[in-house]
Design a protein around this ligand. Structure first.
Ligand SMILES: N[C@@H](CCC(=O)N[C@@H](CS)C(=O)NCC(=O)O)C(=O)O
Length: 237
């Protein structure tokens, strides 16, 4: 049994999609990030970065005591290793999956996140920041589009790299990305969407509410480190 510390957001969906695609036994432990549950001491023991997703695997492959994992990329690698699914064992194939997984973790996710932040959530409209992150996001869409030319999935077969990237591309409409400019991303996006496991994963926790829309005062406090500096003295500078 795996405890899935989760909230339905792009990073959270990576976990729920992997759990469903890999047909794993799990239970959802909701972490309402808008309400600040990522700062609960028990959760910080598992995820010291005060971010979800995280997992606790009560039946780890080595048969030992439960293992906790934070960071979505580390979780996908852990689950790929545990199940032997969507994470090829062969050196060169695994290396490619690692490259594209790390590309998502270090690039696509954070840059789309910043683009969305300045476009949708910043208290003031900052043209420079909006333009900078929109341009970087578009560049990354272009990189993905070129990679997908002549390929069904990001690597030889559907893998944890697709599971990491797809939940960020979902946001394309709100991010004002014209998917017609990236025809191979568009085709890949729809191919992934046709996978029953991915669709089930995307539905997990939809009753908690989807991200987006306006943030209320409490959410702004919990989700913005600059407010945490003032209000909780949690983040120091
Ligand atoms: N690098 C982390 C990022 C996770 C992350 O940013 N999660 C967001 C939701 S998508 C979160 O928990 N936010 C809570 C907060 O900002 O305090 C990962 O890939 O797991």
């Amino acid at each position: 049994m795996i405890d899935a510390y989760y909230w339905p957001t792009p990073n959270g969906w990576k976990l729920s999609i992997a759990l469903e695609e890999m047909d794993l036994d799990y239970r959802v432990c909701p972490v309402n990030i808008g309400k600040g549950e990522q700062f609960q001491p028990d959760f910080l023991q598992i995820s010291p970065n005060n971010r979800m997703p995280a997992i606790v695997d009560h039946a780890p492959p080595d048969g030992g005591s439960p293992i906790s994992v934070f960071e979505s990329g580390a979780i996908l690698v852990y689950l790929g290793n545990k199940t032997g699914q969507f994470y090829p064992a062969e050196l060169r194939k695994r290396n490619e999956v690692n490259e594209w997984l790390m590309w998502q973790i270090g690039g696509l996710g954070p840059m789309i996140g910043q683009a969305g932040h300045f476009k949708l959530y910043a208290p003031a409209r900052l043209e420079y920041a909006i333009e900078r992150y929109h341009a970087e996001m578009s560049r990354l869409y272009g990189v993905l589009d070129r990679r997908l030319q002549g390929r069904e999935y990001i690597c030889d077969e559907y893998s944890i790299a697709d599971m990491a990237c797809w939940p960020w591309v979902i946001t394309y409409k709100r991010q004002e990305v014209d998917l017609d400019q990236f025809p191979d991303v568009k085709r890949w996006y729809k191919t992934c969407q046709g996978r029953p496991g991915l669709r089930r994963g995307y539905e997990i926790g939809k009753e908690f509410g989807k991200p987006g829309g306006q943030w209320d005062e409490q959410t702004r406090k919990n989700m913005m480190p600059q407010n945490q500096v003032k209000d909780r003295n949690y983040v120091k500078r």
